[in-house]
Design a protein around this ligand. Sequence first.
Ligand SMILES: C[S@@+](CC[C@H](N)C(=O)[O-])C[C@H]1O[C@@H](n2cnc3c(N)ncnc32)[C@H](O)[C@@H]1O
Length: 235
Amino acid sequence: MDALGMGEDEWEELQRNLQATIPVYDKINRFATLGQVSRWRKMVRRMLPEGRVLEVGCGPGSFAEDLEGRDLVCLDPIPEMLKTAEARVNKARSSRGEPPANFVEGTAESLPFEDDSFDAVCSLFSFRDWFDKRSGLEEVLRVLKPGAPIVIIEPAKINAVHGFFGVIWMKYWVAAYARIVCGVRDHPWKWLTKTYSEFGTTREYVDMLKVVGFEEVKSRLIFPGMATIWYARAP
Ligand SMILES: C[S@@+](CC[C@H](N)C(=O)[O-])C[C@H]1O[C@@H](n2cnc3c(N)ncnc32)[C@H](O)[C@@H]1O
């Protein structure tokens, strides 16, 4: 695993661990982010235009549930995540009088959608897990309409020192809480530390977005060590 992606075996092991997080996902996430995660999700919602929106790596639907007024498509490679997300998101949409969202099994690296078919793509806390980040971004660019935005949020590092303190936070503080909540020593949150440690710097992904062909690439650190937002547009 490195800043560009990871091997097949590692990705499969990561998927098994991600699936195991489903029952405690939101609880541990709130703790790990000191309760800030809902605020960050709101920021991303505000950045998304009306129209057809794709969330890549929707997980159990924690973001998609509150995304109102969009024609929403949620994609994830784990069927169990999609099942959890579908029940949760479509219940919320139906209570708001909105049509159901669509749930599609797949990966960022091979998006099962037509060219130029989305008004926006977002990915929250999933980009870190893509096994080939550059191919995933190329695919996102392909499915976006001209001028449409991509919004990504992840805990990137500013530099190696910053990354070191981030790893300490994840490895000791978050892992201790996850051990208590999950009730086992060998809890799936260990993989969070691993993917965090091997994720790159904010700058690396700004450069990657530019190399892939995105325009107006911007990044903003919204909480040191925990959240950076990247925003860019298809040409
Ligand atoms: C930590 S969850 C994020 C859930 C949600 N987006 C949120 O805001 O909390 C990461 C999700 O990314 C998915 N994922 C992992 N690798 C992926 C890939 N290559 N393409 C698309 N999704 C992927 C995982 O299956 C997992 O459900």
